[in-house]
Design a protein around this ligand. Structure first.
Ligand code: NAD
Ligand code: ISE
Length: 333
């Protein structure tokens, strides 16, 4: 079966996912794209023989579109995800699911009323082979009950428009989802501390440590650095009661020369998670072909938003903020 896909938002990641759908994966056809930037939508559509829209809702309601990919700016996600649910179409939405926990909950409510899963959120680390191996080790009991998860999330640089809140909402959100998924439990409280202000960060609080207490009493320590220059570097380690599991360095080769070891560190998220994104979309297409969704759900988008809201408040007030969540609907059991 060929899944006919419509993509809303043709910026950086939208174009990367369109490349993946049209050049890497089979069983789909990108039939329509949309962007508020008309010229860009037409250019991207023209290159792949798709229709161009400026109105994302019109794209969703196009009878040629079976399934929707939302890669526009975060504040626009709620409207498009709700429109896809109303049209009964599977929708892949890049993170964040929506920019407030209330908006995420409206999405949950609509999906629950529809009675089946249609939404998948773009937490691509869940599709990364090494993270999946890490989760399998935890679940095997080989390292005993997890006690501490250390997550390192380093970006070489960010644009001037990047704010201190974004370090939590836009960047740490991946680590928050990874922690919930790896440890299989919810976040209970969040604290945030900033290191000495980075001399290149201006007003930006960078780097920060996001410290999360989980329901079981396990602790999660997330380093977010967004001006670290040397590379895009992702690390993770879980200490359990009887052992430790660590993500390995990813350089395929190591060069030894002039008395030193040299290996490559990835340049950006596109390179670091290229295989994870491919698997994420392969699995999404398989589910979308059956009219449903798998993987990170609207509930996961909501849970991450509740924790990032707490993180933003913790960073602003310098206090430990408790996380309060609503009961989980049976649809996400
Ligand atoms: P971008 O600014 O490069 O692209 C966003 C595009 O959306 C722009 O072309 C903009 O014109 C368009 N747009 C804005 N409002 C729109 C609307 N109402 N309708 C249609 N199009 C609209 O941003 P980006 O870096 O591609 O990020 C897009 C989304 O992807 C964000 O939610 C971001 O958090 C997420 N993202 C995820 C990852 C990841 O690692 N999973 C990486 C980068 C970005
Ligand atoms: C970006 O939006 C992403 O999602 C990347 O994975 C993350 O590393 C980066 O910090 C974000 O800005």
């Amino acid at each position: 079966m060929t899944v006919k896909v419509g993509v809303i938002g043709t910026g950086m990641i939208g174009q990367d996912h369109i490349r993946r759908l049209t050049q890497v994966l089979t069983g789909n056809q990108v039939v329509a794209v949309s962007d508020i930037n008309k010229e860009q939508a037409e250019k991207v559509a023209g290159a792949i023989g798709a229709k161009a829209y400026t109105d994302g809702v019109a794209l969703i309601n196009d009878s040629d579109v079976d399934a929707v990919v939302v890669t526009s700016w975060g504040p626009t996600h709620e409207e498009y995800v709700l429109a896809a649910i109303a049209a009964g179409k599977p929708v892949f939405c890049e993170k964040p699911l929506a920019t407030t926990q209330e908006a995420c909950f409206r999405i949950i409510d609509a999906e629950v009323k529809r009675g089946k899963r249609l939404v998948q959120v773009g937490f691509m680390r869940r599709f990364d082979t090494a993270y999946r191996q890490m989760k399998a080790v935890v679940e095997s009991g080989k390292i005993g009950a997890p006690l501490i998860f250390k997550s390192v999330h380093r970006n070489p640089s960010v644009p001037q428009s990047y704010t201190s809140d974004m370090a939590i909402v836009d960047t740490a959100v991946h680590d928050i989802d990874t922690a919930r998924w790896l440890l299989g439990e919810e976040v209970k409280a969040v604290s945030v501390i900033a290191a000495r202000r980075n001399s290149r960060g201006g007003e930006l609080r960078d780097p920060i440590i996001v410290l999360m207490e989980m329901e079981s009493g396990a602790v999660v320590d997330i380093e977010v650095s967004v001006n670290i220059d040397y590379a895009y570097d992702i690390g993770g380690e879980i200490s359990g009661e009887t052992g430790v599991v660590t993500l390995s360095e990813r350089n395929g080769i190591t060069v030894k020369s002039a008395g030193a070891f040299h290996g490559k560190v990835t340049a950006d998220w596109k390179e670091r998670f290229i295989e994870a994104f491919d698997i994420e979309f392969k699995e999404w297409l398989a589910a979308a072909g059956k009219g449903t969704a798998i993987g990170p759900s609207a509930w996961d988008g909501y849970a991450a938003a509740v924790a990032t809201d707490a993180g933003v408040e913790a960073a602003r007030t310098g206090t430990r903020v408790k996380v309060e969540m609503t009961d989980k609907p049976a649809l996400y059991a």
